[in-house]
Design a protein around this ligand. Sequence first.
Ligand code: SAH
Length: 363
Amino acid sequence: MGGGSRALTDLLDQAKARPQALDEDARTTLLSLEDPDELAALFAAARELKERYCGRTVALRGIIEAGNVCVKDCRYCGIRRSNANLERYTLTADDIVRLARLDARLGYASLVIQSGEIEGETHTAFIEDVLRRIAPLDLGVTLSLGEQTEETYRRWRQAGAVRYLLRIETSNPDLYARIHPADHDWNRRVACLAALRRCDYQVGTGVMCGLPGQTIRDLARDIGFFAEIDADMIGMGPFIPHPDTPLGDEPMDAKRRLSLGLRMIAVTRLHLHDVNIAAATALQALAPDGREQGVRAGANVVMPNITDTKFRRSYQLYAHKPCLDENAALCRGCLERRLQAIGETIAYGQRGDSLHYRTRAKK
Ligand code: SAH
């Protein structure tokens, strides 16, 4: 072994010994690794930690894409308000309840409801009604419905949601300003994350990796941000340019973006230890086995799509979205095979609460 490898082994040992052992420079070093042997060591260390906290199992959450109507105009996102090149749809409460039952039947025991961003009493009451109707199914319900008032978050929590995923997108406010219109406010997103914590959600956040102008140091700081807000869950993935958006012309190097996404998962695991980390579907858009690679790099959650096939085409946040022509049953079989192939079993029948949250709640 050369001197570089010795230093790397020491760094990885330090990271494994206790949470938050990596300073910003160390995280930057790890995120910058390119050598295949060194990357293999990084991923192995992260997977070892995943196994320490989650075993050789992966938790599944069915994701329902409840609608693509959105008031936001994020410059990277395929369902942004100004994109006229797609059909807008909104699932009915009956649709969502039916899919939640399907989720329960598939044994996932855990559900994510995601949609474009809508605010106001009608929408708040709609989601509240859905949550009350699915409560008897006893699923661990995650919401991913964007920025809302604290009052709305509280009502949804009381109606049965236990987790909320709101990506900060980037912890760098200047970069945030460059990828959003002027009226989108980074500070509000931070305030929303604090409000979610006050409402006693398991709080999830995350970023996109490979944004135009984003540096490795930005990503190292993103992981610092996750630690600072004491996040329970992390959902992050590579940025993938969507042709019908202002950032659609960004050069696309799938390999590089995938590798960056995997390194972010690994270093996040090494820094935060016991949080839930999702292997985002965007990884699968870059390689057929992208999610498995995510698990091998330290992720412990996969979110199979259970939205009806006919709506999947209208919910394309990024290009090359996979599984457009599949249905929930196909996705389940496919995932089982894929995860088995890398030596993981699926944690069926578990609500999948974040270990980090449970540990904090006990303190
Ligand atoms: N409206 C909700 C959730 C829907 S968007 C919210 O604001 O939280 C879900 C996530 O998709 C976003 O947080 C963003 O990180 C991701 N996303 C959007 N466009 C993307 C793109 N072009 N490439 C990769 N991820 C993208």
